[in-house]
Structures are given as C-alpha cells and as structure tokens.
Design a protein around this ligand. Structure first.
Ligand SMILES: Nc1ncnc2c1ncn2[C@@H]1O[C@H](COP(=O)(O)OP(=O)(O)OP(=O)(O)O)[C@@H](O)[C@H]1O
Length: 556
C-alpha cells in the first residue's frame, strides 16, 4: 500500500506543471470537507478563557506569521494554560487530559538550558552526550507547552530542531527515560514498564520516518533501541509485525500507508495511544494520503464505544502537528481534530482562534493575488540563507551547476529536479565532468535509497540529484548548497527545498538556475517569500552578482 502511496506521490512530482498545479490545488479538498463537517458539530468557539488564558494579560499576534521581519513577539509575561499530566495507562478509563491555568513567566522563551524546560535529568544527560547543550527557541517554547498537555501546531523554520521539540516531551512521559514518580503513574513510577504503543509518529516519506527513528535512538541509547519501532512502507511487513509482537514498542514511527495497514489488520493497536504526531503535517494532509490519514485520525488514541466527535473523546490523545509551512488548512485541521490547540512558534504561542484564513495563492505562476506574500511560508526559511538565481539556456544548466559547485567550493550539494527521468542524465553529465554524483528518487527501492543517502552523508557522493522526495525533513547538517535545476512548483516547495541547507544556524546557499522565460517566476517567489534573490553569473571561477535585489518592491 505504501508503495502505492509513494507511486502516487512520484506521479505528482513527475507530472507536467499544469497537471501538478491542478493536483496540488486539490490537496486539501478531502480535509476541507472533513473539517467543515466536523465544525458543524463543534460550534463551541475557542476563547481565551476556554483555554485558560486571561485575556487582559496576553498580547496576541493576530496572524500566524507577520507580514514583515518586524515581528513583535508575544508578551513574555503571558499566561498559557498548564495541565497536570494525568495517567494515560492502557485501560485507564478515567484518563482524560486535564488543563489548568499556570502563570508562565519568561522561562519557556528565555530558557538557556534544557534543565529549565521541565524534562527529566536523565534526558538532559543523554542530550549532553550528543552535544545538545542549549535548546533552540522552538524547543524552549514547545517542550513546556506539550508537557502541559496541549494539542499544538509547531511551526518554525527548516532546520530549527522541531523533531526534538516533540521528542523530548514524549520521552519525558513515556518509555524508559521518563520522569520517575510522575504524578499518577499507573505503574507506581517504575520507569520503563511497557504499556503498549503510546506514541504514533507519522511522516510522509520513508527517509524522514527513518531519520526520526534515529533521532529517538540517539537519545534512548543502544540499550533501549526496541522502545521505538520503524513502520515504513517498502520494508518487509511481516518482519515489522513480528517485531511489534516481540518487542512491544512504546513508540512507532512510520509512513501513513504502512501504519494504517497494520492498524486495519489489528497487528498494531493504537486505541490507547497518548500521542499522535504528524510531522510535515501540511504534506500529510494532502490528497495523496487522505484515506490513510483519515483512518489514523479516527483510530489512534481513540477508544471504541463513544462519540468520536465529543471533546472528551478528542482529549484522550494529544495531537502534535509539525511543519515549517502551515497553511490555513492545517489550522482548520488542528481545530477539527485537536482539543483547543495552540500554534507554537519560536517566540510566541498563539491560540488558533486568533488566526484568520489567508487568500490561498501559493503558486508563483498564478496571476491572481500574485503580489501578496504567502503567510504560510514567510518565516519558514532559515535567516542565514543566501538566495541567487542564474539565467542560462536549457542546454547549459548542468554546466552552470558545475561552475557554481566549484565557485562556492560546495561540499554537500542537493540538486532538485521535477522529472525523475532526467535525474540520471544530470548525474551522468556531472560524473563525466569529474563530479561525484548520485540520483535519489522513489523508483530506487528502500535499500537503494538508503545506500545512496548514506554515501551522500558520509561524503562519498558530493552531489545528490533528487526530486521532491528529499525536499521534506531531510537532515544533512553539512549541506552547504541547494540548487533548483527545475523551478519549484510554489513557495512551499521552494521553502522546503531551500531548507535542506543552512540547518541550525549554519550558512547555506540556494541557487535557482532558470531560463529567461522563467525569470518572472523567480521574482514572484522572491516577493511572496519576502526574501532577496540576487541575479548572478559565474565568471572565472567566481560567483558574480549581476543584479542585486535591494528592495523587494522592485520585483514585479
Ligand atoms: N538543541 C540542539 N542543539 C544542537 N543540535 C540540535 C538541537 N536540536 C536539534 N538539533 C539538530 O539540528 C538538526 C535539525 O533538526 P531537525 O531536523 O529537527 O529540524 P527541523 O526543524 O525539523 O527541520 P525541517 O523543517 O527541515 O524538518 C538535527 O541534526 C538535530 O539533531
């Protein structure tokens, strides 16, 4: 089933631009209808008091993402609600999340150390061993909020550490490293006691699923490897079923198709699950995954025999949605499937009711509203990135790519293309010019994909030529150059592709190589993303800026 999903995904990636646009426009169709249906039954509106926020004390940004860089963060003295975590033990029928008010001072936002975030000491030790000594801004905001049982959307730019932002609060509560003697521990605080699957983490690709598993394993250590299990498509399903039975993992991480398949067959029991995490949520809610996601949202953490739409039912699991790009469809989904969720960003926490729908116009090729910046993607890009474009004839694109690699002396390069068939040709041309390159796409199969990725990560391959498959979540810290050899379809795709470089505050360069007829698309991307993209050329081994984009208003 997962291969079917992947095939559908690749079909989308491999289609012509008009076809892709049509498909992308229908991405949220299923979810919209579902959300509308749910909202009719949930007319109770989200108010500040209903989520425990005193309205007179809070300063709330009225929008998801500010229109300019002059963002005023939410007041640090604001109150967000606190919940005393109650036990969620399997079979504990009274386990409903309780939310109480708590005054939060500057701590969640000004935390300088992991010890200020309320996670167990053992986790802090493990983080230290990995060289993680200081939490990122989004971790400082998200960890305490999730520990207080809120359903959340975590939005922060690519490479800002969103994975640990949900992993740490989960491991603080479940698994062998969880805090001992937590109030109401069903097993009397005996850390490590197995309770069945307690957290389901869903990611849109096998690579991302495997990467999340590795992030868990880094913190859990080799002794506790069996606490987390990978359930990705393309891998042997029978072996996964056997491992589930034998190891009884507390956490499963996988792709929607495989998790839904195992859940439907009864091999994976998720009704008593405490956490449902949707990583790259805007991609997961797309048309391609709609059936599998519907099953997961209906079943994970929802015990049978009750009104699925009641708030009490919703409250049985904690829903955590994550992405660098949060279109309003995700906000709508969170309101529908979550219980009074909050939008958590690096420096502010916003109740979803304060967010208003924005005109959806993510395609730079569209003429309607084309000058309006897309709030879904502004602030999704790491601030240290440098963006350039270079205008060449089609037949000179690969040569320009090679010149760029040499001019910047780039060591880890990811090249994005739209059509799988053409990847091989580019690899061939680069290799012929002495640049070690490899292709990565869904047709390769699981083993081929992980081998290629491994070679890229350990430096055997300098240039990874790939398609949209690698745009989401792929974390290769050293990646110093991203090249769009074909234009991305829209600002969201540009943001996720670009975000493969400049990870966690590092420097990074994004180059879009286009033809003259495509320059207007680059200019619209620049305007919508509110970033300068300078026109450049490569002369005698140097990158030369030929037209500096000083003001964004000059772009048309
Ligand atoms: N506090 C920290 N200190 C040092 N490194 C960290 C810290 N938090 C995360 N990292 C590392 O930073 C890298 C990027 O993290 P991660 O992949 O979670 O980012 P992300 O925000 O999810 O990115 P994307 O939106 O592209 O998926 C990872 O290699 C991770 O191990």
């Amino acid at each position: 089933m997962q291969s079917l999903v992947s095939a559908k995904f690749l079909l989308l990636v491999g289609e012509s631009f008009p076809m892709r646009r049509a498909l992308l426009n229908s991405r949220f169709a299923w979810f919209h209808s579902s959300v509308q249906c749910m909202s009719q039954n949930h007319s109770e509106s989200l108010t500040l008091s209903s989520i425990g926020i005193k309205s007179e004390k809070i300063e709330i940004e009225p929008k998801i993402i500010s229109e300019s860089k002059k963002v005023k963060p939410l007041g640090l003295n604001s109150e967000v609600l606190k919940s005393n975590r109650k036990p969620f033990g399997i079979g504990d029928k009274k386990s409903v999340r309780v939310k109480e008010k708590q005054k939060i001072d500057n701590a969640p936002f000004a935390a300088k150390l992991f010890s200020e975030l309320g996670i167990p000491d053992v986790l802090i030790e493990r983080l230290g061993k990995q060289g993680f000594n200081v939490p990122t801004d989004v971790q400082s905001a998200a960890v305490p909020t999730i520990l207080k049982n809120h359903d959340v959307i975590i939005q922060s730019y690519t490479g800002s550490g969103k994975t640990l932002a949900y992993l740490l609060p989960i491991l603080s509560v479940i698994g062998p490293l969880r805090g001992e003697n937590r109030e109401g521990d069903v097993d009397g605080g005996e850390a490590g006691k197995k309770l069945g699957v307690e957290a389901v983490i869903v990611a849109p690709s096998r690579e991302l699923g495997m990467q999340i598993v590795r992030e868990f394993e880094k913190i859990l250590g080799v002794d506790n490897k069996k606490v987390v299990q990978q359930l990705v498509g393309g891998a042997n399903r029978t072996r996964q079923e056997e491992a589930l039975k034998k190891n009884k993992p507390a956490i499963v991480v996988g792709t929607p198709g495989r998790i839904a398949e195992l859940s439907a067959s009864g091999k994976l029991r998720t009704h008593g699950c405490q956490y449902l995490v949707l990583d790259e949520v805007d991609e997961l809610l797309s048309f391609n995954f709609r059936e599998d996601m519907h099953r997961l949202l209906e079943h994970v953490g929802r015990r049978s025999g009750g009104d699925l739409k009641s708030n009490a039912k919703k409250a049985e699991r904690q829903l955590i949605m994550v992405s660098a790009t949060v279109p309003f469809s995700v906000v709508r989904a969170a309101k529908s499937w979550g219980s009074d969720p909050l939008l958590v960003q690096a420096k502010k926490i916003v109740p979803l009711e304060t967010l208003t729908p924005e005109p959806v116009n993510l395609s730079p090729n569209s003429s309607a509203n084309s000058s309006k910046p897309s709030k879904a993607v502004v602030e999704s890009l790491p601030p240290a990135l440098k963006h350039y474009y270079c205008v060449v004839r089609l037949q000179h694109k690969v040569d320009t790519l090679r010149k760029c690699i040499h001019a910047l002396d780039a060591k880890f390069v990811i090249v994005f293309m739209n059509h799988t068939k053409q990847l091989k040709d580019v690899v061939f041309k680069l290799e012929a010019r002495g640049v070690k390159a490899a292709e990565l796409h869904g047709d390769l199969g699981k083993l081929g994909r992980s081998t290629t990725l491994q070679k890229f990560k350990n430096g055997e391959v300098r240039v990874l030529v790939t398609n949209e498959l690698s745009a989401r979540g792929l974390d290769v810290a050293e990646c110093d150059l991203v090249v769009n050899l074909d234009l991305p379809t829209d600002t969201i795709h540009y943001a996720h592709r670009a975000g493969r470089t400049g990870r966690l505050g590092r420097n990074g360069t994004v180059l879009t190589i286009c033809e003259e007829s495509e320059v207007f698309v680059v200019r619209k991307l620049q305007k919508q993303l509110e970033i300068p993209i300078a026109c450049c050329n490569f002369v005698e081994g140097n990158l030369v800026i030929t037209e500096e984009e000083t003001t964004l208003s000059s772009a048309s």
